[in-house]
Ligand binder design. Structure first.
Ligand code: UFG
Length: 336
């Protein structure tokens, strides 16, 4: 059996997926340049799983070094988590985002082709749906209308993958559209570590609860939702990671093809629902103020996750309480 290459395997979603792959008995190779992660994560993946893996500290867009990884290992499939992911930062640094996410992915795909490795799983995002015309979002819903360079990189790479498959249908490609990943591994050993002040809701809530930040700004309470605040489909990162294992199993079994799946729970919660759920789950207070809407935000976004259930046999199992408790446990450990 060949090995699975995990690019960005020390990052938030990459590390949780590495754990699930190792737990499922797969052999993996991780590459990461630690641009948004830390080396201890690798030790913690080993601690959680009691398994070992090869690691290379390289940038996935460094063709020469990447080729060496393919030379030294029999790579059968690739999961790509090496993208930059901060929406706001992408507006300020479009060249960095397009270069890392798109050029990097092209170097990776070209190298895979050179070594005859044609199984690829790509981390896409619900952001490709832009401002949804209807919810829940199915994979057939219109894509486009992204409002920032980060979203554009996801949309463009999806297109690149479709074109690649059209040009050579011996590729096996799976595009996974993530909704809003939150939570952490229940061990508290790996989780999300945003640098500086977090932009996303859950990391912000956690830092308010810990006293590192004073209060949460709730961006707008005049949306057309049940309480006026934005509604999203929050999904536990461990469920998301398990979705990758299922996707890989599908690629291993099926004839070649290109497949697209939403990975979400199918349920939407508002910002205030999240604050309340967090307070109940952790018995911590989360002071907040209502402020202006954030530019580029949409009212509601949640998935129809039935295709993944039907075709992958995957379903998100963890509750909102788990998401809150696990997010908190990780930060509590960091503070000790
Ligand atoms: N929010 C607040 N206050 C905050 C942060 C967020 O009220 O301090 C609100 C937002 O307005 C939104 C909700 O919380 O209603 C969720 O916001 P996030 O920033 O956590 O997530 P987004 O839905 O805006 O973005 C996420 C991912 C992106 C992805 C996008 C669409 O972070 O990578 O979903 O799929 F592109």
């Amino acid at each position: 059996m060949g090995k699975i290459l995990v690019t960005g395997g020390a990052g938030y979603i990459g590390s949780h997926t590495a754990v699930e792959l190792l737990d499922a008995g797969k052999e993996i190779v991780i590459i990461d340049n630690f641009s948004n992660s830390k080396p201890d994560v690798l030790e913690n993946i080993k601690k959680i799983t009691n398994k070992d893996f090869k690691f290379y500290e390289i940038d996935y867009s460094d063709r020469e070094k990447l080729e060496k990884v393919f030379e030294e290992n029999e790579i059968e499939s690739v999961l790509n988590f090496a993208g930059y992911k901060a929406v706001g930062e992408s507006v300020k640094k479009p060249i960095e985002y397009y270069t890392n996410n798109i050029s990097g992915c092209l170097v990776l795909l070209d190298t895979m082709r050179k070594y005859g490795c044609k199984k690829f799983i790509f981390s896409s995002s619900a952001t490709v749906y832009g401002d949804p015309e209807i919810v829940p979002l199915t994979e057939e819903c219109k894509i486009g209308g992204v409002t920032n360079p980060y979203g554009a990189t996801k949309l463009f790479i999806e297109q690149i993958l479709c074109d690649l498959y059209d040009s050579d249908n011996t590729w096996d490609i799976c595009i996974l559209r993530y909704f809003n990943p939150v939570g952490a591994h229940e061990s508290g050993l790996i989780g999300e570590e945003p640098q500086g002040i977090p932009n996303n809701l859950m990391p912000y809530i956690v830092r308010v609860a810990s006293g590192q930040l004073e209060k949460l700004s709730v961006f707008g309470d005049d949306y057309d939702t049940h309480d006026g605040t934005g509604v999203r489909d929050y999904i536990h990162v461990v469920d998301l990671a398990k979705g990758h294992v299922k996707a890989l199993e599908k690629l291993d079994k099926e004839k070649e093809g290109i497949f697209i799946y939403n990975l979400g729970t199918g349920v939407g919660y508002s910002v205030l629902d999240m604050v309340k759920a967090f307070e109940i789950a952790t018995e911590k207070e989360v002071p907040y103020v209502i402020t202006e809407r954030r530019e580029g935000d949409i009212a509601t976004c949640y998935s129809d996750a039935s295709k993944a259930k039907r075709e992958l046999g995957w379903i998100a199992e963890k509750s909102l309480e788990d998401m809150c408790k696990d997010s908190w446990r990780y930060i509590e450990r960091q503070l000790k």
